[in-house]
Design a protein around this ligand. Sequence first.
Ligand SMILES: NC(=O)c1ccc[n+]([C@@H]2O[C@H](COP(=O)([O-])OP(=O)(O)OC[C@H]3O[C@@H](n4cnc5c(N)ncnc54)[C@H](O)[C@@H]3O)[C@@H](O)[C@H]2O)c1
Length: 255
Amino acid sequence: MQRFDGKTVIVTGGGGGIGGATCRRFASEGAQVAVFDMNLEAAEKVAADIRATGGRATAFACNITDRAQVDAAVAAVEAQLGPIAVLVNNAGWDVFKPFVKTVPAEWAKLIDINLTGALHMLHAVLPGMAARQYGRIVNVASDAARGGSSGEAVYAACKGGLVALSKTLAREHARQGITVNVVCPGPTDTALLAGVAEGARDPAKLIEAFRSAIPLGRLGQGEDLASAIAFFGSDDAGFVTGQVLSVSGGLTMHG
Ligand SMILES: NC(=O)c1ccc[n+]([C@@H]2O[C@H](COP(=O)([O-])OP(=O)(O)OC[C@H]3O[C@@H](n4cnc5c(N)ncnc54)[C@H](O)[C@@H]3O)[C@@H](O)[C@H]2O)c1
């Protein structure tokens, strides 16, 4: 018997670095994984890799900023894979610039993807979990939400919002058997980090600065995050809710 046998798990941004590793981790422990991404090709690739190694995964095209797409994709998961036990809100996007150099169109895009997208997913999935009196929600925020991060003001604001939202939903849904927890990655070796670095004067220098600032001496890998996400998604964490865990090699150490 594995931890996620018989469980259906949605991972948004499942075609990306942390999301892909998370999909593979859940599948390797018996879950049926719904790989959500607006990049269907990336989601298909993750799902095909999982199936090729004997796991169960299906790709779904879903732009989480579009409520109609979210409702359609969630309904398709329920019809094809059954009730949703675990939701991982992982999709995200960032742009690295001093706040005064950003423009309102960038704020709108950041808020749409990093905050409103998660709201849509939660609003679509929570009623079913509440009716079944079971659910595990894991929201992927960022250490930028906990300690601040130069060049990521609006992104950090969204991720801070996600932390506050998670604690509130953890309270509202605790008596329905639903837990809501947050994983905060530090600098992690994915396309998103490469994109953030591109915004710097010297991208290689920025990546090296991140690496050398991390006490454990390396960037995070998707698998580092997947372990923590899977823990919160499992019944091992059944008595843990409203909590925030940094997975950042010790970059930040919050009490
Ligand atoms: N990589 C890091 O250093 C780092 C640090 C802190 C937090 N995070 C957070 O971790 C999460 C995963 O990031 P990653 O590093 O794996 O990035 P990534 O770019 O590798 O993956 C992000 C995925 O999200 C998808 N996506 C983006 N917008 C979407 C939308 N509107 N609808 C559906 N899918 C969408 C992308 O297509 C991509 O596949 C994000 O929430 C990010 O903010 C990452």
